[in-house]
Design a protein around this ligand. Structure first.
Ligand SMILES: NC(=O)c1ccc[n+]([C@@H]2O[C@H](COP(=O)([O-])OP(=O)(O)OC[C@H]3O[C@@H](n4cnc5c(N)ncnc54)[C@H](O)[C@@H]3O)[C@@H](O)[C@H]2O)c1
Length: 368
Protein backbone atom coordinates (compact mmCIF):
# COMPACT_ATOMS: atom_id res chain seq x y z
CA UNK A 1 0.00 0.00 0.00
CA UNK A 2 1.49 3.32 -0.98
CA UNK A 3 0.14 6.55 0.36
CA UNK A 4 0.46 9.37 -2.08
CA UNK A 5 -0.77 12.17 0.09
CA UNK A 6 2.29 14.17 -0.99
CA UNK A 7 0.73 14.35 -4.45
CA UNK A 8 -2.03 16.47 -3.06
CA UNK A 9 -2.18 20.02 -4.25
CA UNK A 10 -4.39 22.97 -3.74
CA UNK A 11 -5.59 24.50 -6.94
CA UNK A 12 -7.06 27.96 -6.92
CA UNK A 13 -9.08 29.04 -9.93
CA UNK A 14 -10.28 32.60 -10.09
CA UNK A 15 -13.11 33.77 -12.26
CA UNK A 16 -13.24 37.55 -12.61
CA UNK A 17 -16.77 38.38 -11.53
CA UNK A 18 -16.09 42.10 -11.94
CA UNK A 19 -17.50 44.30 -9.22
CA UNK A 20 -21.17 43.56 -9.16
CA UNK A 21 -23.61 46.34 -9.06
CA UNK A 22 -26.90 45.36 -7.60
CA UNK A 23 -30.17 45.17 -9.40
CA UNK A 24 -32.64 43.48 -7.15
CA UNK A 25 -31.96 39.79 -7.09
CA UNK A 26 -29.70 40.33 -10.07
CA UNK A 27 -25.97 40.62 -9.58
CA UNK A 28 -24.90 42.48 -12.67
CA UNK A 29 -21.27 43.10 -13.42
CA UNK A 30 -20.43 46.78 -13.10
CA UNK A 31 -22.76 48.94 -15.14
CA UNK A 32 -20.40 50.98 -17.24
CA UNK A 33 -22.88 53.35 -18.76
CA UNK A 34 -26.31 54.67 -18.05
CA UNK A 35 -28.80 52.43 -19.76
CA UNK A 36 -31.12 53.97 -22.33
CA UNK A 37 -34.07 51.96 -21.07
CA UNK A 38 -36.50 52.93 -23.81
CA UNK A 39 -34.05 51.76 -26.40
CA UNK A 40 -33.25 48.58 -24.50
CA UNK A 41 -36.88 47.67 -24.08
CA UNK A 42 -37.66 48.53 -27.67
CA UNK A 43 -34.82 46.47 -29.01
CA UNK A 44 -34.87 43.53 -26.62
CA UNK A 45 -38.21 42.59 -25.24
CA UNK A 46 -37.47 39.01 -24.73
CA UNK A 47 -35.03 39.95 -23.32
CA UNK A 48 -14.92 31.64 -9.16
CA UNK A 49 -12.94 32.17 -6.56
CA UNK A 50 -13.37 28.45 -6.17
CA UNK A 51 -10.74 26.72 -4.18
CA UNK A 52 -10.56 23.07 -5.08
CA UNK A 53 -8.87 21.15 -2.32
CA UNK A 54 -7.68 17.72 -3.38
CA UNK A 55 -7.84 16.12 0.02
CA UNK A 56 -7.53 12.43 -0.62
CA UNK A 57 -4.92 9.94 0.41
CA UNK A 58 -5.04 7.27 -2.25
CA UNK A 59 -4.39 3.59 -1.83
CA UNK A 60 -2.65 2.98 -5.17
CA UNK A 61 -3.38 -0.77 -5.46
CA UNK A 62 -7.06 -0.33 -4.70
CA UNK A 63 -7.08 2.64 -7.04
CA UNK A 64 -5.74 0.55 -9.94
CA UNK A 65 -8.55 -1.99 -9.51
CA UNK A 66 -11.22 0.64 -9.27
CA UNK A 67 -9.84 2.44 -12.32
CA UNK A 68 -10.34 -0.72 -14.38
CA UNK A 69 -13.93 -0.99 -13.10
CA UNK A 70 -14.57 2.65 -14.01
CA UNK A 71 -13.13 2.24 -17.52
CA UNK A 72 -15.34 -0.80 -18.05
CA UNK A 73 -18.42 1.10 -16.86
CA UNK A 74 -17.59 4.07 -19.10
CA UNK A 75 -17.13 1.94 -22.20
CA UNK A 76 -20.31 -0.01 -21.41
CA UNK A 77 -22.21 3.29 -21.26
CA UNK A 78 -20.65 4.44 -24.48
CA UNK A 79 -21.38 1.14 -26.30
CA UNK A 80 -25.00 1.10 -25.17
CA UNK A 81 -25.44 4.64 -26.37
CA UNK A 82 -23.67 4.68 -29.72
CA UNK A 83 -24.33 1.11 -30.88
CA UNK A 84 -22.83 -0.31 -34.06
CA UNK A 85 -21.79 1.48 -37.23
CA UNK A 86 -24.63 -0.15 -39.21
CA UNK A 87 -27.50 1.35 -37.28
CA UNK A 88 -25.77 4.35 -35.68
CA UNK A 89 -27.91 6.82 -37.60
CA UNK A 90 -31.06 5.30 -36.16
CA UNK A 91 -29.76 5.40 -32.59
CA UNK A 92 -30.28 8.38 -30.34
CA UNK A 93 -28.01 9.40 -27.45
CA UNK A 94 -30.33 8.24 -24.68
CA UNK A 95 -31.92 5.19 -26.32
CA UNK A 96 -32.66 2.59 -23.67
CA UNK A 97 -32.01 4.95 -20.74
CA UNK A 98 -34.32 5.59 -17.78
CA UNK A 99 -34.34 9.14 -16.42
CA UNK A 100 -36.01 10.99 -13.57
CA UNK A 101 -36.40 14.78 -13.60
CA UNK A 102 -37.64 16.73 -10.57
CA UNK A 103 -39.52 20.02 -10.84
CA UNK A 104 -40.52 19.04 -14.39
CA UNK A 105 -43.92 20.73 -14.36
CA UNK A 106 -42.51 23.97 -15.82
CA UNK A 107 -39.53 25.74 -17.35
CA UNK A 108 -36.18 23.97 -17.40
CA UNK A 109 -37.37 20.67 -15.91
CA UNK A 110 -40.14 20.25 -18.49
CA UNK A 111 -37.79 21.10 -21.35
CA UNK A 112 -35.14 18.67 -20.03
CA UNK A 113 -37.70 15.86 -19.70
CA UNK A 114 -38.97 16.38 -23.25
CA UNK A 115 -35.44 16.73 -24.65
CA UNK A 116 -34.40 13.46 -22.99
CA UNK A 117 -37.53 11.80 -24.38
CA UNK A 118 -36.74 12.99 -27.92
CA UNK A 119 -33.22 11.58 -27.41
CA UNK A 120 -34.69 8.15 -26.72
CA UNK A 121 -35.00 8.01 -22.92
CA UNK A 122 -38.03 6.93 -20.96
CA UNK A 123 -38.63 9.63 -18.42
CA UNK A 124 -40.35 9.85 -15.01
CA UNK A 125 -41.27 13.33 -13.86
CA UNK A 126 -41.94 15.01 -10.53
CA UNK A 127 -43.37 18.35 -9.52
CA UNK A 128 -44.91 19.89 -6.43
CA UNK A 129 -47.89 20.89 -8.60
CA UNK A 130 -49.86 17.73 -9.41
CA UNK A 131 -51.70 19.16 -12.41
CA UNK A 132 -48.55 20.50 -14.02
CA UNK A 133 -46.62 17.23 -13.63
CA UNK A 134 -49.57 15.22 -14.96
CA UNK A 135 -49.64 17.40 -18.07
CA UNK A 136 -45.93 16.79 -18.73
CA UNK A 137 -46.37 13.07 -18.06
CA UNK A 138 -49.06 13.10 -20.77
CA UNK A 139 -46.71 14.90 -23.18
CA UNK A 140 -44.12 12.18 -22.53
CA UNK A 141 -46.74 9.48 -23.04
CA UNK A 142 -47.57 11.01 -26.42
CA UNK A 143 -43.87 10.57 -27.31
CA UNK A 144 -44.06 6.98 -26.04
CA UNK A 145 -41.49 7.98 -23.42
CA UNK A 146 -43.40 7.87 -20.14
CA UNK A 147 -42.84 5.37 -17.34
CA UNK A 148 -45.43 3.16 -15.69
CA UNK A 149 -44.88 4.82 -12.29
CA UNK A 150 -46.99 7.75 -13.58
CA UNK A 151 -46.42 11.38 -12.59
CA UNK A 152 -44.69 11.64 -9.20
CA UNK A 153 -46.34 14.64 -7.55
CA UNK A 154 -45.00 15.99 -4.28
CA UNK A 155 -42.26 17.79 -2.42
CA UNK A 156 -38.59 16.88 -2.97
CA UNK A 157 -37.88 18.20 0.53
CA UNK A 158 -39.92 15.36 2.09
CA UNK A 159 -37.56 12.36 2.36
CA UNK A 160 -40.27 9.77 3.05
CA UNK A 161 -42.30 10.88 0.02
CA UNK A 162 -39.12 10.77 -2.09
CA UNK A 163 -38.44 7.18 -1.00
CA UNK A 164 -41.95 6.26 -2.18
CA UNK A 165 -41.30 7.75 -5.65
CA UNK A 166 -38.10 5.77 -6.04
CA UNK A 167 -39.85 2.55 -4.98
CA UNK A 168 -42.49 3.20 -7.68
CA UNK A 169 -39.79 4.11 -10.19
CA UNK A 170 -37.79 0.95 -9.41
CA UNK A 171 -40.93 -1.16 -9.83
CA UNK A 172 -41.53 0.42 -13.27
CA UNK A 173 -37.96 -0.02 -14.52
CA UNK A 174 -36.95 -3.31 -12.95
CA UNK A 175 -34.76 -1.51 -10.41
CA UNK A 176 -32.89 0.70 -12.90
CA UNK A 177 -32.24 4.41 -13.08
CA UNK A 178 -29.63 5.78 -15.47
CA UNK A 179 -30.08 9.54 -15.10
CA UNK A 180 -31.29 11.77 -12.26
CA UNK A 181 -31.80 15.49 -12.76
CA UNK A 182 -32.22 17.39 -9.50
CA UNK A 183 -33.94 20.44 -10.94
CA UNK A 184 -36.83 21.33 -8.60
CA UNK A 185 -36.51 24.82 -7.22
CA UNK A 186 -37.89 28.32 -6.88
CA UNK A 187 -36.89 31.89 -6.19
CA UNK A 188 -38.72 34.12 -3.74
CA UNK A 189 -38.94 37.76 -2.83
CA UNK A 190 -41.16 40.02 -0.70
CA UNK A 191 -43.16 43.17 -1.40
CA UNK A 192 -40.55 45.38 0.23
CA UNK A 193 -37.84 43.85 -1.92
CA UNK A 194 -39.80 44.53 -5.09
CA UNK A 195 -40.37 48.16 -4.10
CA UNK A 196 -36.68 48.67 -3.36
CA UNK A 197 -35.80 46.92 -6.58
CA UNK A 198 -38.04 49.28 -8.54
CA UNK A 199 -36.24 52.22 -6.87
CA UNK A 200 -32.84 50.76 -7.77
CA UNK A 201 -33.88 50.38 -11.39
CA UNK A 202 -35.11 53.97 -11.39
CA UNK A 203 -31.79 55.18 -9.94
CA UNK A 204 -29.77 53.09 -12.34
CA UNK A 205 -31.63 54.33 -15.38
CA UNK A 206 -31.57 58.00 -14.36
CA UNK A 207 -28.41 58.75 -12.40
CA UNK A 208 -26.58 55.49 -13.08
CA UNK A 209 -25.84 55.16 -9.37
CA UNK A 210 -27.70 52.99 -6.87
CA UNK A 211 -28.20 54.38 -3.38
CA UNK A 212 -31.16 52.28 -2.18
CA UNK A 213 -30.24 49.17 -0.20
CA UNK A 214 -32.30 46.03 -0.66
CA UNK A 215 -31.70 45.03 2.98
CA UNK A 216 -33.27 41.66 2.21
CA UNK A 217 -31.26 39.44 4.52
CA UNK A 218 -32.32 41.37 7.64
CA UNK A 219 -35.94 40.72 6.67
CA UNK A 220 -35.48 36.99 5.90
CA UNK A 221 -37.65 34.93 8.24
CA UNK A 222 -36.62 31.56 9.68
CA UNK A 223 -39.30 29.98 7.50
CA UNK A 224 -38.12 31.51 4.21
CA UNK A 225 -34.49 30.58 4.93
CA UNK A 226 -35.29 27.00 6.00
CA UNK A 227 -37.67 26.33 3.09
CA UNK A 228 -35.16 27.54 0.50
CA UNK A 229 -32.43 25.25 1.88
CA UNK A 230 -34.91 22.36 2.25
CA UNK A 231 -36.19 22.42 -1.34
CA UNK A 232 -32.92 23.03 -3.16
CA UNK A 233 -30.22 21.43 -1.01
CA UNK A 234 -32.08 18.81 1.04
CA UNK A 235 -34.28 17.97 -1.96
CA UNK A 236 -31.16 17.35 -4.05
CA UNK A 237 -29.74 15.14 -1.27
CA UNK A 238 -33.02 13.21 -0.81
CA UNK A 239 -33.33 12.28 -4.48
CA UNK A 240 -29.61 11.62 -4.91
CA UNK A 241 -29.46 9.23 -1.94
CA UNK A 242 -32.39 7.24 -3.27
CA UNK A 243 -31.00 7.27 -6.84
CA UNK A 244 -27.63 5.93 -5.68
CA UNK A 245 -29.39 2.83 -4.36
CA UNK A 246 -30.42 2.08 -7.94
CA UNK A 247 -27.23 3.25 -9.68
CA UNK A 248 -24.47 1.84 -7.44
CA UNK A 249 -25.34 -1.88 -7.84
CA UNK A 250 -25.29 -1.45 -11.65
CA UNK A 251 -21.97 0.40 -11.63
CA UNK A 252 -23.19 3.32 -13.74
CA UNK A 253 -25.32 6.44 -13.63
CA UNK A 254 -25.44 10.17 -14.24
CA UNK A 255 -26.54 12.73 -11.68
CA UNK A 256 -27.12 16.29 -12.86
CA UNK A 257 -27.78 18.98 -10.26
CA UNK A 258 -29.27 22.38 -11.04
CA UNK A 259 -27.14 25.07 -9.45
CA UNK A 260 -27.06 28.73 -10.62
CA UNK A 261 -24.51 31.42 -11.42
CA UNK A 262 -25.66 32.71 -8.02
CA UNK A 263 -23.58 29.88 -6.52
CA UNK A 264 -20.38 31.52 -7.74
CA UNK A 265 -21.14 35.21 -8.31
CA UNK A 266 -23.69 35.82 -5.56
CA UNK A 267 -26.99 37.62 -6.15
CA UNK A 268 -27.99 40.57 -3.99
CA UNK A 269 -31.35 40.06 -2.31
CA UNK A 270 -31.09 36.28 -2.61
CA UNK A 271 -28.60 35.16 0.02
CA UNK A 272 -30.74 32.16 0.91
CA UNK A 273 -31.05 31.11 -2.76
CA UNK A 274 -27.30 31.54 -3.35
CA UNK A 275 -26.43 29.64 -0.14
CA UNK A 276 -28.63 26.75 -1.30
CA UNK A 277 -27.14 26.77 -4.81
CA UNK A 278 -23.58 27.08 -3.45
CA UNK A 279 -24.34 24.05 -1.30
CA UNK A 280 -25.50 22.15 -4.39
CA UNK A 281 -22.26 23.04 -6.20
CA UNK A 282 -20.15 21.75 -3.27
CA UNK A 283 -22.35 18.67 -2.89
CA UNK A 284 -21.81 17.93 -6.58
CA UNK A 285 -18.02 18.08 -6.28
CA UNK A 286 -17.84 15.98 -3.10
CA UNK A 287 -20.23 13.35 -4.43
CA UNK A 288 -18.37 13.14 -7.74
CA UNK A 289 -15.21 12.21 -5.80
CA UNK A 290 -17.12 9.68 -3.73
CA UNK A 291 -19.02 7.74 -6.39
CA UNK A 292 -16.66 7.88 -9.40
CA UNK A 293 -15.29 4.53 -8.25
CA UNK A 294 -18.81 3.14 -8.72
CA UNK A 295 -19.06 4.37 -12.31
CA UNK A 296 -21.41 7.24 -11.43
CA UNK A 297 -20.73 10.69 -12.88
CA UNK A 298 -22.00 13.76 -11.02
CA UNK A 299 -22.10 17.23 -12.56
CA UNK A 300 -24.00 20.47 -12.13
CA UNK A 301 -25.44 23.11 -14.41
CA UNK A 302 -25.21 26.72 -13.29
CA UNK A 303 -27.44 28.68 -15.67
CA UNK A 304 -27.41 32.41 -16.00
CA UNK A 305 -30.79 34.13 -16.43
CA UNK A 306 -33.18 31.92 -18.39
CA UNK A 307 -36.59 33.04 -19.59
CA UNK A 308 -38.88 30.83 -17.45
CA UNK A 309 -41.70 31.52 -14.96
CA UNK A 310 -39.04 31.61 -12.21
CA UNK A 311 -38.17 35.16 -13.28
CA UNK A 312 -41.66 36.30 -12.22
CA UNK A 313 -39.88 36.76 -8.88
CA UNK A 314 -39.00 40.22 -10.24
CA UNK A 315 -42.69 41.14 -10.20
CA UNK A 316 -43.49 44.26 -12.21
CA UNK A 317 -39.76 44.81 -12.71
CA UNK A 318 -39.37 41.56 -14.68
CA UNK A 319 -39.19 43.22 -18.08
CA UNK A 320 -36.89 46.03 -17.02
CA UNK A 321 -34.63 43.70 -15.04
CA UNK A 322 -34.46 41.30 -17.98
CA UNK A 323 -33.48 44.17 -20.27
CA UNK A 324 -30.75 45.26 -17.87
CA UNK A 325 -29.43 41.72 -17.58
CA UNK A 326 -29.43 41.42 -21.38
CA UNK A 327 -27.27 44.54 -21.69
CA UNK A 328 -24.70 42.95 -19.37
CA UNK A 329 -24.70 39.63 -21.23
CA UNK A 330 -22.24 39.15 -24.10
CA UNK A 331 -24.92 37.52 -26.27
CA UNK A 332 -27.30 40.40 -25.51
CA UNK A 333 -30.27 38.32 -24.39
CA UNK A 334 -31.56 35.97 -21.73
CA UNK A 335 -31.22 32.23 -22.22
CA UNK A 336 -33.94 29.87 -23.40
CA UNK A 337 -34.95 26.68 -21.62
CA UNK A 338 -33.88 24.59 -24.61
CA UNK A 339 -30.31 25.89 -24.19
CA UNK A 340 -30.13 24.56 -20.63
CA UNK A 341 -31.82 21.32 -21.73
CA UNK A 342 -29.08 20.90 -24.36
CA UNK A 343 -26.48 21.17 -21.58
CA UNK A 344 -28.36 18.55 -19.55
CA UNK A 345 -28.54 16.27 -22.60
CA UNK A 346 -24.78 16.58 -23.05
CA UNK A 347 -24.18 15.70 -19.38
CA UNK A 348 -26.57 12.73 -19.64
CA UNK A 349 -25.18 11.41 -22.93
CA UNK A 350 -22.12 9.61 -24.25
CA UNK A 351 -20.19 12.80 -25.08
CA UNK A 352 -19.60 13.68 -21.42
CA UNK A 353 -18.06 10.36 -20.33
CA UNK A 354 -14.95 12.21 -19.05
CA UNK A 355 -16.87 14.87 -17.11
CA UNK A 356 -17.44 14.55 -13.39
CA UNK A 357 -17.49 17.07 -10.56
CA UNK A 358 -17.88 19.85 -13.13
CA UNK A 359 -20.17 22.84 -13.21
CA UNK A 360 -21.23 23.87 -16.70
CA UNK A 361 -22.66 27.35 -16.96
CA UNK A 362 -24.86 28.30 -19.91
CA UNK A 363 -25.03 32.03 -19.22
CA UNK A 364 -24.54 33.79 -22.56
CA UNK A 365 -21.34 35.41 -21.33
CA UNK A 366 -22.87 37.16 -18.33
CA UNK A 367 -20.07 35.53 -16.35
CA UNK A 368 -16.76 34.83 -18.03
N1 LIG B 1 -34.71 30.37 -14.80
C1 LIG B 1 -33.52 30.79 -14.41
O1 LIG B 1 -33.08 31.89 -14.74
C2 LIG B 1 -32.66 29.90 -13.54
C3 LIG B 1 -31.32 30.26 -13.38
C4 LIG B 1 -30.49 29.46 -12.61
C5 LIG B 1 -31.01 28.33 -12.00
N2 LIG B 1 -32.31 28.02 -12.16
C6 LIG B 1 -32.80 26.81 -11.46
O2 LIG B 1 -33.40 25.93 -12.40
C7 LIG B 1 -34.38 25.14 -11.74
C8 LIG B 1 -35.69 25.21 -12.53
O3 LIG B 1 -36.13 26.54 -12.55
P1 LIG B 1 -37.09 27.11 -13.70
O4 LIG B 1 -36.45 28.34 -14.19
O5 LIG B 1 -37.44 26.06 -14.64
O6 LIG B 1 -38.33 27.56 -12.80
P2 LIG B 1 -39.87 27.16 -12.95
O7 LIG B 1 -40.55 27.91 -11.87
O8 LIG B 1 -40.32 27.35 -14.34
O9 LIG B 1 -39.90 25.60 -12.63
C9 LIG B 1 -39.57 25.08 -11.37
C10 LIG B 1 -40.50 23.92 -11.07
O10 LIG B 1 -40.07 23.32 -9.84
C11 LIG B 1 -41.25 23.00 -9.10
N3 LIG B 1 -40.95 22.92 -7.67
C12 LIG B 1 -40.70 23.95 -6.83
N4 LIG B 1 -40.53 23.49 -5.59
C13 LIG B 1 -40.64 22.15 -5.64
C14 LIG B 1 -40.57 21.10 -4.66
N5 LIG B 1 -40.36 21.39 -3.38
N6 LIG B 1 -40.72 19.82 -5.08
C15 LIG B 1 -40.98 19.53 -6.38
N7 LIG B 1 -41.08 20.48 -7.34
C16 LIG B 1 -40.92 21.77 -6.97
C17 LIG B 1 -42.23 24.12 -9.42
O11 LIG B 1 -43.55 23.74 -9.14
C18 LIG B 1 -41.95 24.36 -10.88
O12 LIG B 1 -42.80 23.61 -11.71
C19 LIG B 1 -34.49 25.69 -10.31
O13 LIG B 1 -33.71 24.87 -9.45
C20 LIG B 1 -33.89 27.07 -10.43
O14 LIG B 1 -33.35 27.52 -9.22
C21 LIG B 1 -33.16 28.76 -12.93
Amino acid sequence: MVLVAEMLQHVQVTVPAAHPEVVGVVAVPAIEKIVDLDRVLAEDKATRPVGVALGMALDVDAHAESLTARRTAASRWSRRSTCTRDNRDAMRDLDGKFAFVTGAGSGLGREIALTFARAGARVAVNDLRAEAVSAVHEELAALDASLACGPLAGDVADSSVVRGWFAALAAATGGRLDILVNNAGYADSDGENRERLARQVQELTTTGRITTALDTTRRLTDERWARMIAVHLTGTFNCTRAALDLMAPRGSGRIINMASIGATTGIAGATHYCAAKGGIASFTKALAREVGVQGILVNAIAPGYIDTPLLDVFGDAREVSSALIATQTVLGRLGEAREVAATALFLAGPGSSYFTGQILSPNGGLVI
